[in-house]
Design a protein. Structure first.
Length: 674
């Protein structure tokens, strides 16, 4: 037998390596090695520990929390999407949020809100049928979650059976670890949130069971029959079913009460045994919630009002520039590493040239850094008293890293000069192109697992990927020779890339990164073109002008978007790159917006103010019922709905001329059966 001490030392070394790899994977979300290498090490350790039982005393492998979770959980579609929340940082944001709600609902008075601490954990959904817990899902991408039932079932707070249940009930809430419990396992994870996430995604539920996970319920998904009228009643009822409800939830009625409640919770924050990063304000009336609906990412009826951020002081050692995917030049301060709220920060954004000038920020300055939630750390202020005599004003570079001259554009709508300098070369600039690639593979775009930012950087440097189409003709033989790439990880990458080739038209439009075309606008444009072959007509210089005119009619698309689309497609290199990408993809047509609406295949336009609902709500309802909203009167229009207050005469006249069906607000409600 080998020397016992030697075996122990080797084992310790390997266990430490595994813990570090685990940390990189969970805490930093940056795996250092391939899956196969990780698995090999894990297997090796299991084998050694079986052979030499005395090793168990040093480190019992089953006690290494965060034994890497498998990515092989079954994916299940959420009955209703699990959305995220918009953020508010100050009173003004709350006032704006409330204004939007009253405008949408056409209300003058205040609406009531349910105020709930925003627990910083991992959201999950639990489905009960006839009172039995049938499955539990992680949020996943919001549309598809991962089936993590067994792991969720290990959490004591989660009831497995409900008394007096409705036929179907989906409960949504946050899984978290208490601060005290976290203390016991803190050497393995960066923070409680990572620990909860990592534990929930264990393949082996007996590992999850060892972690003291807890649960707070905050809402519902599908429920049959409909039971509740208010969010606050819903919380009360969830409590009687045995779900833990945060005891600090209450209702508030106006901005002042929101402010008071926010301050109260911020003061309580440090005394709570769980991490809270803000307060969620939800419209309490569930009918109103339904009317308000959501944008593609977040509900219009709720907002997360974040707590103020944590600050620290450090010294700027350099100022460099970074190029974003839209060509935006962002100055970044390199600072002496400093811990801000538990995270080591060595870069902080300086936003733009104007910000640097306004604050007169210089290399060598001592500055205050702020980090708020998941937002990039920023430089708040300069301590000029600590400035050295030889300090020099920072001169902002006027050239991009690619050498091209950068420009500040003038906004079409506000006529103001943009604070941000941009490189306008698009795919012609290597730095912009690389960022565009990172966007293309990201979660909301092609969502290619295994092709993260770091891998793109690496493949770019090795000339493996230079344009989006290159992703789909990767030289796997070359990759196989690279360090860290084993059979399994290559196979996984290949599968993920193949799968991503089938992409919906709207996701594709979002992915190609046209400035000012976010997810919401991409959906609007996708629904307009319906098929990729129609979308392709944008590449045709002659047809484009006419198409853009029609696009202008769409609700949500304005001059800024139109100009940006024109700029994008008139750039020859962009066109070439996107066209060759389209050749290797299978872009799926948009599905009909609604299969059973009253307005299926109908084009509607609204003019004038309405009495019972806002125009935004009328538009949202029409769209839910299958209509396409047009912005101008043309032969394509089927209905023109006129509100009582100040309808545009010209539009009515033109509609009459074209013999278009004109409807009053009253008839509109009749048609909707309201
Ligand atoms: S409501 C559609 N309520 O915050 C809105 N979310 O950024 C669904 N969270 O993914 C969320 N406490 O993980 C809601 N009382 C609360 C919450 C809460 C924590 C988390 C949740 C969600 C995220 C949204």
């Amino acid at each position: 037998m080998k020397n016992k001490k030697k075996i122990q030392d080797e084992y310790k070394k390997k266990v430490n390596r595994l813990i570090n790899l685990n940390k990189a994977y969970f805490d930093k979300d940056k795996p250092i090695v391939s899956d196969s290498e990780f698995d090999k090490l894990k297997q090796e350790l299991i084998n050694i520990s079986k052979k030499y039982t005395f090793l168990k005393k040093i480190k019992d492998l089953s006690k290494i929390v965060g034994f890497k979770p498998s990515t092989k959980f079954e994916k299940v579609k959420h009955s209703k999407p699990m959305l995220s929340l918009g953020n508010a940082f100050e009173k003004k944001d709350i006032i704006d949020f409330k204004k939007k709600i009253s405008n949408f609902l056409n209300f003058k008075s205040d609406v009531q809100f349910s105020a709930e601490p925003k627990i910083d954990g991992i959201s999950s959904t639990l489905r009960y049928e006839k009172g039995d817990l049938v499955f539990g899902l992680s949020r996943g991408d919001g549309i598809f979650g991962e089936n993590i039932t067994e792991n969720l079932a290990t959490i004591k707070d989660i009831p497995k059976k409900l008394l007096d249940p409705p036929e179907i009930l989906e409960v949504r809430g946050e899984v978290y670890i208490g601060k005290k419990d976290f203390e016991k396992i803190k050497d393995k994870f960066a923070n409680p949130r990572n620990a909860a996430g990592g534990s929930l995604r264990q393949k082996n539920s007996s590992e999850t069971a060892k972690i003291p996970l807890k649960f707070f319920a905050y809402g519902i998904g599908e429920v049959k029959p409909k039971l509740f009228k208010k969010q606050s009643d819903l919380l009360k009822r969830l409590k009687t079913w045995g779900f833990p409800i945060n005891e600090l939830c209450e209702t508030v009625n106006n901005t002042d009460e929101i402010e008071k409640n926010h301050i109260k919770l911020e003061n309580l924050r440090s005394n709570l045994d769980y991490d809270v990063d803000g307060v969620v304000y939800k419209v309490n009336n569930l009918d109103f919630q339904e009317r308000l609906g959501s944008t593609s990412n977040s509900p219009r009826w709720a907002i997360a009002y974040k707590f103020s951020s944590v600050k620290a002081s450090s010294k700027i050692t350099n100022i460099v520039i970074q190029v974003g995917r839209t060509g935006a030049i962002t100055p970044v301060a390199k600072i002496n590493p400093v811990t801000v709220g538990g995270v080591v920060v060595s870069n902080a954004t300086l936003h733009n040239e104007d910000e640097i000038n306004r604050k007169d920020i210089r290399i060598g300055d001592t500055v205050t850094i702020q980090r708020a939630g998941d937002v990039i750390p920023q430089v708040l202020s300069v301590d000029k008293a600590k400035r050295g005599k030889n300090s020099k004003k920072f001169i902002f570079p006027t050239k991009c890293l690619c050498g091209a001259i950068t420009k500040k554009e003038t906004s079409i709508t506000t006529k103001k000069i943009d604070a941000v300098r941009r490189c306008l070369k698009g795919y012609e600039c290597d730095f912009t192109a690389k960022e565009k690639l990172k966007h293309i593979v990201s979660k909301d775009a092609f969502d290619i697992e295994g092709l993260g930012k770091k891998v793109i950087d690496n493949f770019w440097n090795l000339n493996l990927i230079k344009t989006p189409a290159d992703i789909f003709r990767l030289d796997y033989l070359k990759i196989r020779k690279l360090e860290g790439w084993g059979e399994l990880s290559i196979k996984n990458l290949q599968n993920a890339i193949d799968k991503s080739k089938n992409i919906m038209l709207d996701k594709f439009i979002f992915s190609i990164g046209i400035r000012h075309i976010g997810q919401e606008n991409a959906k609007i444009i996708g629904n307009f073109f319906k098929k990729s072959k129609h979308f392709s007509e944008l590449f045709n210089d002659k047809k484009r002008a006419k198409i853009l005119q029609n696009l202008e009619d769409l609700n949500g698309i304005g001059d800024t978007q139109i100009r940006s689309i024109e700029d994008f497609f008139s750039n020859k290199k962009n066109s070439e790159i996107i066209q060759s990408l389209m050749l290797v993809l299978n872009i799926k047509d948009m599905q009909k917006i609604s299969q059973n609406g009253v307005f299926i295949n109908k084009n509607i336009m609204f003019t004038g103010g309405f009495e019972k609902m806002s125009r935004s709500e009328a538009k949202a309802i029409a769209e839910e019922n299958g209509a396409k909203i047009l912005g101008s009167v043309s032969k394509k229009l089927n209905y023109l709905v006129i509100g009582n207050s100040k309808p545009t005469k010209k539009k009515i006249e033109k509609a009459k001329e074209l013999k278009i069906n004109i409807m009053t607000e009253e008839n509109w409600y009749k048609l909707l059966n309201r």
